[in-house]
Design a protein around this ligand. Structure first.
Ligand code: UDX
Length: 433
């Protein structure tokens, strides 16, 4: 089928490339001409495993195109996916201006029946707003239908999550639109869940909030484990073996970050307050635990090093999670700035996050190292803030030779405590002893 994707960011590019990979003809539209030019030249503006290969292959096969014209996309495709940014405003509400602008441009370009699919994460009832806007600017009253088709992609494995999703949610009141969506997703051997629009929109916020709840839950359990010399990983294994709980998202650490969890939880809390007139207290507690987890971890560093001022500390990690170059709302960045605020001398290394960190100046006085061992050179302590596999592969003998003193603070429980201690390190992690 011919598909149009409006918004060639993380979700739009991955979604478009994967639709092309399964045989659809896709035009990815973006209002950033520089980004479009890069994509046309075969350059991919974001790091996501397998994405570059997918884009190259499908563009060469003439199944994937790029344009800055919404009209071009709406003329060419029967189904239009909206994957534009929906950031949080400073007042805590979601900024829907990009969605509203896309809806208006689609309406002005309508010449024949189209299905408008919202894939961006939006508050419930946004579908109604999009329909209203299209009606308002659709002078010729061309027929169209609205669908909510939320995405559940994790950065760092977005291609895998797109090609092999756990479920595909399709929210619409139009049988014609649902039939077209079923055709689009036919090549995916994945269960389809057909719902109304509002339920589909709520599924996204409910899912992300629950995943973050699991993380804050295990981070609080980790604190109890430490007070009782228990091992949070064993506890997570033990509860995770219960199929009703599941082991995923029970990895204790320095807390969740990224462009989704913090925003989606804040949005769900605001939706509850606005629509029920009462706070979503459970999610506010999820936020509170997450907001205090970093301080809980850094207090361990202070407990060992005493004064941080003037101490050289190596930090491995800048990105909010491994296998991405994304540093948005990264707890690793917050950790580095907390250490620097106490006048520590921070040497940082990250396999993919340093370019954006330098460009955005997020850790202005940190020294960027050329490798994990270079970051450790002369350091009195090493802090692991992001669990890149590369860090677990660093030779502990070489590491010890580089460091001036030998404390490791593992914020992501990446290393094995007994192995590390065999090399003479003092080792501290989260919820383990
Ligand atoms: C998340 C959701 O997983 C995805 O379904 C949704 O579409 C977008 O938001 P993402 O934010 O890309 O995806 O990454 P995710 O793997 O969920 O990690 C989010 C944060 O939680 C990261 O900071 C990660 O370090 C942290 N995390 C994750 C934990 O601290 N513990 C865990 O067990 C899992």
């Amino acid at each position: 089928m011919k598909l149009c994707i409006i918004g060639s960011g993380h979700v739009g590019l991955v979604t478009g490339a994967c639709f092309a990979e399964v045989g659809h003809h896709v035009i990815c539209v973006d209002n950033d001409q520089h980004k479009v030019d890069m994509l046309v030249a075969g350059k991919v503006p974001i790091y996501e495993p397998r994405l570059e290969e997918l884009i190259r292959r499908n563009a060469a096969a003439k199944r994937l195109f790029f344009s800055s014209s919404v009209k071009c996309g709406v003329d060419a495709a029967e189904v239009i996916f909206v994957t534009v940014p929906t950031p949080l405003r400073t007042d805590g509400n979601v900024d829907l201006s990009c969605v509203e602008e896309a809806a208006c441009e689609i309406a002005l370009a309508l010449r024949a029946y189209r299905v408008v699919v919202d894939k961006s994460t939006v508050p419930v009832k946004t579908g109604e707003k999009v329909a209203e806007i299209i009606h308002r600017y659709n002078a010729a009253d061309i027929p169209f239908d609205i669908v909510s088709n939320p995405e559940f992609l994790r950065e760092g494995c977005a291609v895998r999550d797109s090609l092999h999703p756990d479920r595909i949610v399709i929210g619409s009141s139009s049988q014609r639109a649902i039939a077209l969506m079923e055709k689009i997703y036919e090549p995916f051997s994945t269960p389809l869940l057909i719902t109304d629009v509002n339920s589909a929109e709520l599924i996204k916020h409910a899912a992300n909030s629950f995943l973050a709840l699991k993380i804050s839950y295990i981070n609080m359990v980790a604190r109890i484990c430490e007070a009782n010399k228990a091992d949070v990983e064993k506890v997570a294994d033990g509860i995770g073996l219960d199929k009703r709980i599941g082991r995923d998202f029970l990895d204790a650490g320095i807390g969740y970050g990224g462009s989704c969890f913090p925003k989606d939880i804040a949005t769900f809390i605001a939706i509850c307050q606005q629509q029920l007139g009462e706070p979503f207290a459970l999610l506010k507690e999820v936020q509170r635990i997450n907001d205090t987890q970093l301080e809980y971890f850094v207090s361990k560093i202070r407990g060992v090093l005493r004064v941080l001022e003037g101490k050289k500390i190596a930090v491995w990690g800048l990105t909010f999670k491994p296998d991405t170059d994304d540093i948005r709302n990264s707890v690793a960045v917050d950790l580095i700035n907390l250490l620097i605020s106490e006048r520590a001398i921070v040497q940082v290394y990250d396999p993919k996050g340093m370019k954006k960190s330098k460009e955005l100046g997020v850790v202005p006085t940190a020294r960027f190292a050329s490798s994990p061992l270079d970051a450790a050179q002369g350091a009195e302590a090493l802090v692991i803030a992001t669990e890149w596999k590369e860090f677990a592969a660093v030779g502990l003998r070489e590491l010890k030779a580089r460091m001036q003193a030998w404390s490791i603070f593992d914020g992501r429980n990446l290393l094995n405590p007994s192995v590390v201690r065999q090399f003479g390190f003092s080792y501290y992690s989260v919820g383990r002893f």
